[in-house]
Design a protein around this ligand. Sequence first.
Ligand code: PLP
Length: 374
Amino acid sequence: EFELAGRSSYLRIDLDTILHNINTLREFCSKTTDVIAVIKANAYGHGSLEIARYLEANGISHFAVATAWEGAQLRQYGVKGYIQILGSCIKEDIHTACKFNLTPTICTADFLQAWSDWHLNQNKITGSVVIKFDTGMGRNGCQPTELNSLIQKCDDLKIAVHSVMTHFSQAWDDFIFTQQQLDTFLTATKDLRCRGIKVHAANSAAIIQGYGTDLDFVRPGICMYGLPPDPSTATVEKIKSLNLKPALSWLAKPTLVKLLPPGSYVGYDKTYQCKEEEIIGTFSIGYADGYRRLLSSGGGYLTSMDGTRFPIVGRVSMDAITVKLDSLDSQKVYYVMKNDYTSGHSLTKLAAELKTIPYEIATSLGQRLPRLYV
Ligand code: PLP
């Protein structure tokens, strides 16, 4: 696999596991609910092109990205299905969205006017849009008082409304607020649903907690990759009990292993000094690959296949880490991140230790790390 990856460190991504996770999430939803697979930010670091292609070949026909540019890339790679741009679009996105047949998410009348004008100018049939309705995020999305006038504007301009959506802000643990958001959404969209306009709300956390799972679509992201929406023990236990599995592991073998005499310094700033003769392995991994500098001396460790932990010593640099090993074998393979929650450093554990969330760790995985799909 290292030869295939072309580097001594690579991400191993199990595509079947992603499909397994989607099917597991589907079990929470009603039979008529369809999945919009959220593959923005390079599919949360997992590689959106390969994942979209694989999912499309396995019956998934709806995708969501954050920007027009991300959607354009998918189209250029041959993805045929529905692609929604989740981030609120501005006028400057219209050209790219139309050229690549992407569905914009909108929340202003100005955008609708510009969308209509652009199509008139080009003599094209106006593409459909998704209207985003803010029920408590306080960022993109129209206010409750604006929804009906936006729908009216779509009717006036003959713009088809693909769907109306909202987004939950804390569905993993604030169930009162989530229910309020859902109630606000369902009340505001009641008449629209009677008119046949589709609606969707649920992200991963909402799906596994059972909010908005009987609407027309759900929009899972993080749980598709088998990662929890937050790294708290309760959420991790929930994910485990549902048999969702992380699809990604990060493997590495050293580029050099050497014996350093007592007193030798390791790495920038001389933050580590060998107390005795020590075996130090250098690995071609650095903060440019998304391995945080905060994991320098004492913070991080690699795990061998048998579960033994080996600490990072010295600073994490841009392209290298140094690890105190117990073997001079340079062919030995180690986990940098393991695809489970219990042994070694999983992505989720690292997120918790770094006081952040799995989303940030996953989306920071460096572009230059080879991704091997199995
Ligand atoms: N829907 C919207 C509008 C989003 O912005 C996101 C991601 O942030 C998702 C769905 C997917 O969320 P998650 O990864 O928590 O499932």
